[in-house]
Each structure stands twice: as structure tokens, then as C-alpha cells.
Design a protein around this ligand. Structure first.
Ligand code: ADP
Length: 328
């Protein structure tokens, strides 16, 4: 059976980008057709300046939202990365296979390191080695597929390179995984800055739709989305990124095609209105279930405890094999 692994970082409140780019496929497709693990990757949240209590709170919130979105612990394994020591154990071994040059070439490292320096802060070593820990997350479970948004494909490529290199040098140990991305909304853009990704860790929230935003907040954010001075609704990611983004969001929410939808609308206003309503509708059941789960914290805790136990049992043999293979 295909093994799927994917994760989400508790660095901020989860966004519509996380949902359309990744979570929704985990719920609708991956957990039904594969042996799947979904992880709140809290170790990755320590790579930039962080508040310990906030990380802990956001980890719990992310896990609750994964369940609220529809991940079913009877079908898949949901857990928190730091509950399973194998991730950190394997990460060190992979650091002995990776090179500093390939880490420094990672786009996300370059962007985030530049942001840290702009703020006058220093860059944590863990920000540089982040992709190695991510490779460990994936390889520890012998995952065949990694369903992600397209901002993560470079990291999955690196994971493949490390797995192949390790296997070649130390004997076959790891499954070589591949990234899968959605056809529509693989990269949801910020509504205020359509040139940048809608990412949860940005400071200003007005261009970001959060999964727990109230309907009126969603409507306001979508109606105020930056477009351009044109009139005609056309799907052109390069020339009309704001409109293309709205068409992609609408298509992803309604199961349509952004190009075909562009022919349906005669004004930006009506496109925005329908997009806002489609987002409100898609978030409604997730928010309702989230509310129920918040009233039952013991349930979420139990799911995460069982999930960690199952995950540990799956990861340990592979990590032990890697230790023996590399000479430990
Ligand atoms: P971020 O911190 O940027 O929200 P994470 O690293 O926690 O992202 O990503 C969790 C998943 O959500 C990943 O598969 C990532 O590719 C996906 N994702 C994040 N932002 C977006 C976006 N704007 N559009 C599409 N997918 C996204």
C-alpha cells in the first residue's frame, strides 16, 4: 500500500493556503487510498524567533484543526513531531549526508534568512538545516508520496537526493519519495500582495484568510483583495495575479476550473462576492467541528497519544537500520 506523509508547521494560525494546497487533499483523498501519517511539525517552529507557550498552543490548535477538517484517526495517523524522537535521531544522520552548499541553495532558506537579517536578528542554524529535518520526517516513515503545496517541492526534491545518496553509499535503507501537488491552488497568494504566497507566519493579516476567520471577516478580506485597474475577468497568473488568485480560490472551493470560470464573470465585484461566499461555505463545517473538538480536549489528547505511539513503531525500524548502515 502507498505510504503518504505530510506535515504542517505551528508557526501561526492555519490559512486557506494550507487548506486548499494541502489539508483538503489529505482529508478527501490521501487518508482513504493510502496508509497515511499527518504530523504537526513543531520542531520546525523553533527555527525562527518563537514564544514557547505560543508554539505549544498553536501545535494543539493545528492538531485540532486537522481533525476538524476531517482527518479520521481510524483511517490515518495524526501526531506531533516532537512526541516521536526518531525525527531528531534521523535528522543528525542525514546531516552527515547533506552538504552545506545544498542547504544554502534552498529558496525558503534564502527568503527567511533575508527576512531575519532585515529585522536585525540572527539566523538560527536550525533554519539552515530545516530541510534535513524535513527529509528525516519523510524518510523515517518510508513514505512514497508527500502531498504538499508547490512551495515545498524543492524540499521534497532534496529529500529524494539525500535518500538516493544514502542508499548508494551505505546500502538500501530509504524509500525515495515523490511530492504530489494539487492541480488548482497549489500556491494560494496573499490577497493584498498577490506576488507573495499566503503564508501563516506573515505579520499583517489582511491578505490572509485564516481557517478560523468569522464569515464577515472572510467577506471583508476577499472583497478588499488587490486586483488591478483592468475590467475584464481573465485568467492570467503573470499579467493579472490578483484576479488569477481569486479564480483559483473559487475554482478550488467549488471544484471548477479557473480558466472556465473567468468566462462566467463580467466584473471583479461579482467574482469577489462569489469567491467570498465559496470560502465561507467551505470553512463552515471545519469551524463547526473545531468548536465541538475544543469542548473535548481529552479526545484530541488521546488521538495524539495513540498517533505518536503508532508513528514511533513505524519509524523506529527504519531509523535503526540507518544507524547500523552508517556505522553506529
Ligand atoms: P506555512 O507556514 O507557509 O503556512 P507549512 O510549511 O506549515 O506552511 O505548510 C503546510 C502545507 O501547506 C504544505 O504542504 C505547504 O506546501 C502548504 N501551503 C502553505 N501555504 C500555502 C499556500 N499559500 N498555497 C498552497 N499551499 C500552501
Amino acid at each position: 500500500m502507498t505510504r503518504v506523509f505530510s506535515g504542517i508547521k505551528p508557526t501561526g494560525h492555519l490559512t486557506l493556503g494550507n487548506y486548499l494546497g494541502a489539508m483538503r487533499r489529505w482529508v478527501d483523498v490521501d487518508q482513504h487510498r493510502s496508509d497515511a501519517l499527518f504530523c504537526v511539525v513543531d520542531l520546525h517552529a523553533l527555527t525562527v524567533d518563537h514564544d514557547p507557550a505560543r508554539v505549544r498552543r498553536l501545535s494543539r490548535q493545528a492538531a485540532t484543526l486537522l481533525l476538524a477538517a476531517g482527518l479520521d484517526p481510524q483511517l490515518c495517523t495524526v501526531f506531533v513531531q516532537s512526541h516521536v524522537d526518531e525525527h531528531a535521531r534521523l535528522s543528525y544522520v542525514l546531516e552527515c549526508v547533506a552538504t552545506d552548499g545544498e542547504m544554502r541553495r534552498m529558496i525558503q532558506y534564502k527568503e527567511k534568512a533575508a527576512q531575519e537579517r532585515e529585522r536585525g536578528g540572527s539566523v538560527r542554524l536550525s533554519l539552515l538545516t530545516y530541510p534535513v529535518l524535513m527529509a528525516a520526517d519523510i524518510l523515517a516513515y518510508s513514505a512514497d508520496e508527500v502531498p504538499v503545496g508547490d512551495d515545498q517541492t524543492q524540499h521534497v526534491e532534496l529529500t529524494r537526493d539525500l535518500a538516493l545518496r544514502f542508499n548508494q553509499r551505505y546500502g538500501h535503507t530509504f524509500v525515495v519519495p515523490k511530492a504530489t501537488t494539487p492541480q488548482v491552488a497549489a500556491r494560494v497568494m496573499n490577497l493584498q500582495e498577490p506576488a507573495s504566497k499566503m503564508g501563516k507566519s506573515e505579520d499583517s493579516g489582511s491578505g490572509i484568510v485564516y481557517l478560523l476567520d468569522e464569515p464577515d471577516v472572510v467577506r471583508k478580506k476577499v472583497m478588499r483583495a488587490v486586483t488591478d485597474s483592468g475590467q475584464e475577468v481573465v485568467y492570467d497568473r503573470e499579467g493579472r495575479p490578483g484576479i488569477a488568485n481569486l479564480l483559483e480560490i473559487l475554482a478550488a472551493c467549488t471544484g471548477g476550473n479557473p480558466e472556465a470560470l473567468s468566462g462566467v464573470y463580467e466584473s471583479y465585484g461579482s467574482l469577489k462576492k462569489d469567491t467570498a461566499e465559496a470560502v465561507v461555505e467551505i470553512l463552515k463545517p471545519v469551524q463547526a467541528r473545531h468548536k465541538e473538538l475544543c469542548a473535548d480536549p481529552g479526545y484530541v489528547e488521546g488521538v495524539l497519544r495513540d498517533g505518536a505511539e503508532k508513528a514511533r513503531a513505524m519509524a523506529r525500524p527504519t531509523v535503526d537500520t540507518a544507524y547500523r548502515a552508517i556505522g553506529l
